[in-house]
Structures are given as C-alpha cells and as structure tokens.
Design a protein around this ligand. Structure first.
Ligand code: SAM
Length: 331
C-alpha cells in the first residue's frame, strides 16, 4: 500500500502480529526490539533507538522511520506487520469493546493490512475473514500478504471478485464487515496527495467531479455491506481528507430509506475509539440533525486522523451498528 511505502511518514508504525506470535514474549525473543528505549509520546521519537507503545491500538508501536525494521527477522517472518496507526482503526473498531465476530468480511481487501489485522481478532476456532478483491494483480499481492501473516492457519478466505456482485444470503453467519474502498488517497502525503489534486486547478482545488464519483461508488459498496442478513457492525473507512468521501457518504447512507428500514445507525462515541480526540466534522451532519447536540453525537460515531499531525496518514472511519446487541449503547 502507498501508505507503507511513503518515506515521509513522521513515525514508522508496526504491529506485533498475534496470529504468528505471542505479544507477551515478543520482546524476549527479539533482541533488536528489546534494545529500543521506550518513550511516552510520538513527539519523543526524535531519532533511531526509541519506541512508543500506542495508547489506542493493542500491540501497535511507533519507531523512527529510519530504523531498519524490514531487515529484522521478526519482519521477515511476518511476526511484525508495518501498518500506519490510523489504518489499524477499522479492524480494532469492529471488535470494540470485546465485540468479537466469528465471521467477518473485508470487502476491499488488497494488499491486506486490514484483512490480517481483522484476522488477528478472531477468537473462536473455525472463525474466518472472507476477503474480496476486484483487481487481479492486487488479489495476488493479497494472497501473498495473507500467507506471510497467517502461515499454516486457515483464517482468511480470499475471493477475486467485485464485492458488490456477492450474494449476501450466501454469508448467513457474517456479523462484521470492514469496507475500505478505493478513494482519492488525499490523506496520504507526498505523491498520492498530489495525484488527488486536479492537474488543471490550483493546488488547493480538488477535482469535485472525481470526488463525487468516488463517493457514489463508496455509498454503493457500503450499502451492499449493510445488506448481509446477520451483519450488526459495518466499519467504513478511507484515507481521504475530503468530507465528500467521508461524512457526506455517511449522511447519504443514514438518509437512505432502505438502510433506515434495516435499522442501521451510527455507533455512539463510546464504541468508537472513544479516547481519540479527532472526530468527524460536526458541521457536515446539519442536514440530518435537529440540534447541534445531535450533530456532535453523530460526528462522535466517526474518527478522523490528520496527515502527519496525528503521526501518519490522513484517515477517516465511521462505525455503523444495528440490532439488539447494541440497544443499551444506542440509547
Ligand atoms: N483495505 C486495504 C488494506 O488496508 O490493505 C486497502 C484497500 S484499497 C484502499 C481499496 C481496494 O479495494 C483496492 O485494492 C481495490 O482494487 C479494491 N476494490 C475496489 N472496488 C472493489 C470492489 N467493488 N470489490 C472488491 N474490491 C474492490
């Protein structure tokens, strides 16, 4: 993924892959990691030799981007996976708070960071992540990544197809879905951010037509995810900074008659990385909220990360829930 290849990242994030190893003895086993000095904040990672344990995502750590992480045995063996902090939000939110799923779908999976992260939360034997990828080349990369991350464990089932062509009734036990569709990539600094800008416009102007087209596709794919018979939680995410692809897609989904009928709502902040300060943009919800308080509540069901300022890529995630499991938290 572009996010992992970008050298300009202020922090190099990696997570201990608990599918392959036990996080408790990881540092005893890997001396390269054990030698790093713990620091209390990402701002303290001023040079090589330091490590920060993330406050938000279990088993996630930040180190200096110049560290030779990819030369370590732990990286080569798939015991650590390089993944931006915000990119770890969706799989974590899906399982918050101890809301584990036996069958999960990753609708737009390649190269597979969120797929393998979601698989790391499976608890019961026989649990599975169904991963879908439309692009043939990327589906091959996905297969490779999942093989490295899972080894001989049969946790991920990959299908090369358009997710919107799947038949929801074929997946009667799926309860959680991660939907991370193609987006403008405007949260990724460097090359991708430039790509997201209209070549003919000034640097601050974005190609609205392209964004609207992406938003239409994003809406369609999330709506399909919401139609799985037992689905109770859907986490939608992008690495875009634009409200058109983020809060506006969420608003369109919440306004949709069929989605309302199915009982989908935005989760309360208490279920969505509640301690993370940067939430959705409140003003984007005015068209569906009667009061300012309601705007704040809806925005609380979403999280944002600003590029660089929040230690990595720009990111957005929204969590939709339905059903009696959440009745208490919804009120
Ligand atoms: N979730 C991935 C990760 O964290 O590694 C990144 C996903 S990337 C943002 C979006 C992916 O969705 C691309 O690989 C794209 O080919 C795929 N995609 C787009 N539309 C799709 C569809 N309708 N069905 C399945 N995959 C799709």
């Amino acid at each position: 993924a572009v996010e992992e290849e970008n050298d300009e990242t202020p922090v190099r994030w990696f997570r201990i892959n608990t599918i392959k190893c036990n996080s408790e003895d990881f540092f005893d086993k890997h001396t390269w990691f054990a030698k790093l000095q713990p620091v209390n904040s990402i701002k303290d990672i001023t040079d090589c030799g330091m490590i920060y344990k993330d406050d938000y995502i279990p088993n996630l750590y930040g180190i200096h981007p110049k560290e030779k992480l990819t030369s370590t045995d732990a990286y080569k063996s798939g015991e650590v996976i390089i993944q931006d902090r915000a990119s770890c939000f969706p799989a974590h939110i899906l399982n918050e708070i101890n809301d584990y799923h036996d069958q999960v779908i990753d609708a737009c999976a390649a190269p597979g960071n969120k797929t393998t992260h979601a698989a790391s939360y499976l608890v019961k034997p026989g649990s599975i992540v169904y991963a879908f990828e439309r692009d043939a080349k990327r589906a091959q990369i996905l297969k490779k990544m999942c093989a490295i991350a899972t080894g001989d464990k049969d946790l991920i089932h990959i299908t090369h197809c358009d997710f919107t062509s799947t038949t929801p009734s074929d997946f009667p036990e799926v309860t959680g879905l991660v939907v991370d569709p193609s987006c403008s990539g405007s949260g990724i600094f460097g090359r991708a951010l430039q790509d997201s800008l209209n070549d003919n416009a000034g640097e601050d102007e974005v190609d609205l037509e392209r964004l609207n087209k992406l938003a239409g596709f994003q809406f369609k794919i999330v709506k399909h995810a919401m139609s799985f018979p037992k689905a109770r939680k859907v986490v939608y995410s992008t690495c875009s900074i634009h409200a058109t692809e983020n809060e506006q897609v969420v608003v369109d989904l919440l306004r949709d008659g069929e989605i309302k009928k199915m009982g989908w709502k935005l989760a309360p902040r208490s279920m969505v990385l509640s301690n993370w300060e940067r939430r959705g943009w409140e003003q984007e919800f005015t068209s569906i909220a009667a009061t300012n308080e309601e705007c704040v509540k809806l925005a609380g069901g979403c999280v944002r990360a600003n590029p660089k300022e929040d230690g990595g890529i720009g990111f957005f995630a929204a969590c939709f829930i339905r059903g009696k499991n959440y009745d208490e938290t919804q009120n």
